[in-house]
Design a protein around this ligand. Structure first.
Ligand code: MGP
Length: 209
């Protein structure tokens, strides 16, 4: 008959390891910043600002994924909607003090990319932000926006000062690299000042890569 060996008592080290493992099950992994996710729904009877709604804030990896998994992917939203992910305390609008001197790296997607790339690019954009992927230039990041539009979807990273060339170039180059955006696809950086005062359909690029 098989007899089971009595279990050797745990050493101090093993006890300590299992305590750490138990604690890890409960402690969430903090992010460097707290973030706020906003949703814009285009209701023509309301002003642009009234259509902008705060969904939720989070500051841990676990809460980020819980929120991300709970909401629709951009490709499932109706035309005219946006998601905006911004650092807590910065409103996703040109008028906010932390945006008003800034601008955005803008990626415009064609119809085929809506099917193939939009959701992946948006998820990777979120990860670049919450993961602070741009080294010290991450401090210049204010947030990111996805615009779901019939004419062309757009994804942009907003930064705080359009004169901070070094930080802007670091963010743009790293972003293009991390998302594996083909080098022939051009990204342009435009100041919010130019975007908000534009008269035609295009805004001039201050920087491009
Ligand atoms: P949009 O939603 O950024 O782009 O701006 P869309 O719909 O692709 O339009 P296009 O003009 O780029 O072709 C649409 C409109 O929303 C703007 O013209 C503004 O009237 C308004 N709007 C957009 N933003 C980001 C702001 C903002 O930050 N503040 C205010 N007050 N209005 C904004």
């Amino acid at each position: 008959m098989a007899t089971s060996e009595p279990k050797a008592p745990e050493t101090d080290e093993q006890q300590c390891d299992s305590q750490v493992t138990n604690q890890e099950q409960y402690i969430k992994h903090p992010l460097q910043n707290r973030w706020a996710l906003w949703y814009f729904k285009n209701d023509k009877s309301k002003s642009w600002t009234e259509n902008l709604r705060l969904i939720s804030k989070f500051d841990t990896v676990e809460d980020f994924w819980a929120l991300y998994n709970h909401i629709q992917q951009p490709s499932k939203l109706v035309y005219g909607c946006d998601y905006c992910l911004f650092k807590d305390g910065i409103k996703p609008m040109w008028e906010d003090d932390r945006n008003k001197l800034g601008g955005r790296w803008l990626m415009t997607l064609n119809k085929v990319q809506r099917h193939n790339d939009l959701d992946r690019y948006w998820m990777e954009t979120l990860l670049c932000l919450v993961g602070e992927s741009f080294d010290e230039a991450s401090d210049d990041v204010c947030g990111a926006v996805v615009n779901v539009r019939h004419k062309a979807d757009k994804i942009a990273i907003w930064t705080s000062n359009c004169q901070n060339r070094e930080a802007i170039m670091k963010i743009g180059e790293t972003y293009k690299d991390l998302l594996s955006i083909p080098s022939k696809a051009m990204l342009g950086y435009q100041s919010h000042d130019d975007t908000s005062s534009k008269s035609g359909s295009t805004t001039k690029n201050m920087y491009s890569i």
